[in-house]
Design a protein around this ligand. Structure first.
Ligand SMILES: C[S@@+](CC[C@H](N)C(=O)[O-])C[C@H]1O[C@@H](n2cnc3c(N)ncnc32)[C@H](O)[C@@H]1O
Length: 346
């Protein structure tokens, strides 16, 4: 039985894939450098000029926007903001500000690197913002872009009609597959009385998560631990489990956009039908949730596969500004119910 709340747009994977057929520009590093020299023209003076110029370059080069920005102007503004040490929200109000020469060279260099290498902009500047907060990122972790960040704000607040849980009553949170630690950090802020366990199989990812936890001043409330899904927290129970696990199916893995190839493969690979890990999370959550608790899980385009595998599970599908049917919520009482069991197990 499927339930849905709120409305949204299109899948981030769909957004990433939709441009794939356009031929990538073949720019070498040498060509990139000479392009920088060519484009360092005196008419580029203000933030507005650089954003306009950079957006046009990115658009002409047909780069794919799937890593925290969704269009050339937003990506250009992000890079210009980084060069000027501005939060993305500060870029537009300061559009008339003059860009110093050194910052201008940095911007043009990043744009040409972005086009030549196709790496996500976040890796070039080692930063990405989520819900307005900065996170350190490098190629050891997927670039933060989970829809769960928005849901933590929208569906646990005082004025939300659903209000899945009152934030003050959440004292124990598990972030499974934490990557950069972005969701664990957002959860610690959304639930001020909670301690958070942030787990991942990748030691590399956990090193990045630990850095972010430190930089956000949350080492007393967020504990990172390595392990295969629930093995890192055996015997423990939580009010809330959040997870953005790998969920790309075999077909999706074969056609990942060039931009995603720079990200760790294990952050995407969800097995043949995409739900190898999601199955383990649904089946294991029951024994790791406290009474009244629930599981919030992002699954990308796997909703049909999950509904096929769990035809009687009462999943509540939550939409966001940019997604529809990519995140589900299920309460522990319904997980404990035999009806939540998979088609094979029922
Ligand atoms: C899609 S990324 C999500 C990262 C982060 N939560 C976010 O939203 O940006 C999935 C993460 O799952 C981790 N992972 C893959 N297989 C795992 C497993 N069996 N157990 C725990 N973590 C795993 C990967 O290392 C990766 O960091």
């Amino acid at each position: 039985m499927a339930r849905t709340a709120a409305r949204g747009g299109r899948s981030k994977v769909a957004a990433a894939s939709s441009n794939r057929k356009r031929p990538p520009e073949r720019a070498t590093a040498k060509a990139a450098n000479s392009a920088v020299a060519r484009t360092s023209t005196p008419e580029l003076e203000t933030i507005f000029d650089y954003v306009h110029h950079a957006a046009a370059r990115l658009e002409r080069a047909h780069v794919i926007f799937a890593h925290g920005t969704t269009d050339p102007v937003a990506e250009a503004a992000f890079l210009v903001g980084e060069a000027m040490h501005l939060h993305p929200d500060e870029v537009e109000p300061q559009a008339a500000r003059r860009v110093p020469k050194a910052a201008g060279r940095r911007i043009l260099g990043w744009i040409e690197q972005r086009i030549a290498t196709r790496k996500p902009a976040a890796y070039l500047v080692n930063r990405m913002y989520m819900r307005g907060l900065p996170f350190y990122v490098d190629e050891r972790v997927i670039v933060p872009r989970s829809f769960i960040g928005e849901i933590l704000d929208s569906h646990f607040g005082d004025d939300d009609v659903l209000r899945l849980r009152h934030p003050a009553t959440v004292t124990r949170v598990l972030d499974l597959c934490t990557g950069s630690g972005c969701l664990a950090i957002l959860a610690a802020r959304a639930f001020p009385n909670a301690t958070v366990d942030a787990t991942d199989l990748s030691a590399d990812a956990l090193a990045v998560a630990a850095r972010n936890v430190r930089e956000h001043g949350l080492t007393d409330r967020i504990h990172v631990a390595q392990g295969d899904l629930f093995t890192a927290v055996s015997g423990k129970r939580y009010d809330l489990i959040i997870s953005n696990p790998p969920y790309v199916d075999a077909k999706g893995m074969a056609g990942l956009p060039h931009e995603c190839l720079a990200e760790p493969r294990m952050a995407f690979d969800g097995g043949a039908d995409g739900i190898d890990l999601v199955r383990q999370i649904i089946d294991g959550a029951n024994t790791h949730l406290a009474p009244g608790g629930g599981l919030l899980c992002e699954v990308g385009r796997c909703k049909p596969a999950i509904e096929k595998a769990y035809p009687r599970a009462d999943l509540l599908w939550l939409d966001t500004e940019e997604s529809e049917g990519e995140v589900f919520w299920i309460e522990v009482a319904r997980l404990a119910d035999r009806s939540a069991h998979s088609a094979g197990a029922a």
